[in-house]
Design a protein around this ligand. Structure first.
Ligand SMILES: C[S@@+](CC[C@H](N)C(=O)[O-])C[C@H]1O[C@@H](n2cnc3c(N)ncnc32)[C@H](O)[C@@H]1O
Length: 495
């Protein structure tokens, strides 16, 4: 039996550190978890070259954390517990009710579905969703599917992107999943099929701190968000804030799935709670603001759709679009140039929708945020007609076109934006991402290089125009991480 060592760091220091981590990283360490905290912080201090954890903590506490410090802490202090088809009941409900209903509605309009696994760990959760969609959609290649998977721990994300797993990731997974979707490797691990791997886009996002919903990071207009076994690590105030932002990232009728251990009538009071046999899921409904609990009768699946006491309306067949891995960088936010996330929070999307004083640009943005792309396009065209020389208009147009799957048009619109404003760093970045997703890596590098030059010329905390409160420093880090993950371009013909 392993012998637990006594906690060596003083209580007062651990308490200060716990408060600091809660406010800066959103990681919650109540006293019962101080042993985990101590273990993680000891590892993080070694990684940062400190022989003494205490000295490392003092260094951390001395100033606001840098992104590098946050990532290093996240790697040591987060819990990587996950496996394929975990909490199977929720996934069965998805497979048997929610997704078929959504797919039926979308088959009539544009074939789009947008799903976000928030706190995806090493990828088992979003890949499970990709497998569900693969099983449900016979003509999957005709659909525009987005499965965005984000996490705060870059090591988990790297493992996820590789798609190679050991036995432990299948510990409570039906055997046929591994047989159908994985290939065994010589070393005994299993590699996910490339076509399933390509269905998921992984990226870094700190739920406690980063801006969302946002076109910048592709977290808008989601049909379904899975945020399971993540909220339990946040203090209540932080969890409340995260849940509110996740709600705003959903389209009307969109679903939030948490772990059964995380259900709460208080925390999810802005949602409609829908009770299925064996699980409660949360739904964003247009008029809900009160906790309306819709209870579905406990009936077995073979009896068809369960009845609802307050049956929620079926998901509106909202027209949504899918960004590819990198197109999330098409990042227009015409509304919140200076206030960033705070301004965004203060201005609830629901009330914006009904504001008659809104300009065509604001209306275009609101529609795009909510996934109503045809309307967004109409408003954007009106904005351009009123002011043809505004680069922001073309930037938003590019985002909408990209979301509609019209990459060439989007490139053209970004070209217009850059013609009007050559120093438009976000447009360079977006163009780089478009080139990258088209396989034109050298061209992509050129655009990233342009963006980097512009960003390095301004103070790191400068908020970028047309972004969701994104700072120049943060975009520098994002571009660096995109470049680091790029394959070498030596075989590509010169652009
Ligand atoms: C226990 S795992 C859950 C994985 C998966 N959702 C599941 O249920 O199997 C928790 C994940 O949340 C991530 N996480 C913790 N704090 C986070 C934050 N502030 N922002 C984003 N992800 C976070 C951790 O890195 C970890 O991968």
């Amino acid at each position: 039996m392993a012998i637990e060592l006594p906690i060596a760091l003083p209580d007062s220091l651990l308490s200060r550190l716990a408060d600091f981590l809660a406010s800066q990283v959103g990681l919650h360490f109540p006293r019962e978890r101080w042993r985990d905290l101590e273990r993680g912080i000891a590892a993080a201090s070694r990684e940062s070259g400190y022989a003494q954890a205490e000295a490392y903590i003092h260094w951390l506490l001395a100033a606001p954390l840098t992104q590098t410090q946050i990532e290093s802490l996240a790697c040591q202090l987060t819990v990587g517990e996950t496996y394929f088809f975990r909490e199977r009941r929720s996934l069965e409900i998805l497979e048997q009710q929610i997704l078929p209903e959504l797919l039926r509605a979308r088959a009539q309009t544009e074939k789009h579905v947008r799903i976000w696994s928030a706190g995806c760990c090493s990828g088992e959760e979003p890949y499970s969703i990709a497998m569900l969609l693969d099983r449900l959609i016979p003509d999957v290649e005709k659909w525009n599917l987005t499965i965005l998977a984000t996490d705060i721990n870059p090591r988990f994300l790297r493992k996820a992107a590789q798609g190679v797993y050991g036995e432990w990731s299948f510990r409570d997974t039906p055997a046929w999943i591994r047989e159908r979707y994985f290939a065994g490797r010589e070393d005994g691990s299993y590699e996910i099929q490339p076509r399933i791997r390509r269905m998921v886009s992984f990226s870094y996002l700190n739920l406690a701190d980063d801006a969302y919903p946002s076109l910048v990071n592709n977290t808008n207009a989601m049909d379904l968000i899975l945020c399971r076994n993540v909220l339990m690590y946040f203090a209540q105030a932080r969890a409340t804030m995260v849940i509110d932002k996740l709600r705003r990232s959903l389209v009307d009728g969109g679903w939030l799935i948490t772990s059964p251990a995380e259900t709460s009538t208080v925390l999810f009071s802005a949602f409609t709670a829908v009770e299925f046999p064996g699980a409660i899921l949360y739904r964003r409904m247009a008029a809900s603001g009160l906790s309306t609990v819709a209870v579905r009768r406990q009936s077995p699946w073979y009896q068809g759709e369960a009845a609802a006491v307050h049956a929620p309306a079926p998901a509106a067949p909202a027209e949504t679009g899918a960004f590819s891995v990198v197109r999330s960088a098409l990042a227009p936010d015409m509304l919140h140039q200076a206030g960033g996330e705070q301004a965004r929070q203060a201005e609830d999307a629901d009330s914006r929708k009904h504001d008659d004083r809104e300009t065509p640009l604001r209306k275009a943005r609101t529609c795009a945020d909510e996934g109503r792309l045809a309307e967004a396009l109409e408003w954007c065209e009106k904005a351009i007609a009123a002011d043809k020389l505004n680069p922001a208009h073309y930037y938003l147009l590019a985002a909408i076109e990209q979301e509609r799957g019209q990459s060439e048009k989007a490139e053209h619109s970004l070209g217009r934006a850059l013609y009007l404003e050559p120093d438009f760093a976000l447009a360079h970045f977006a163009l780089g991402n478009l080139c990258l997703s088209a396989g034109r890596r050298r061209e992509a590098q050129r655009h990233f290089g342009n963006a980097l030059t512009l960003l390095r010329a301004c103070p790191a905390n400068t908020l970028l125009p047309e972004s969701d409160g994104l700072s120049a420093g943060r975009l520098l880090e994002i571009i660096a991480s995109v470049q680091a993950s790029m394959p070498r371009a030596h075989k590509e013909p010169a652009a």
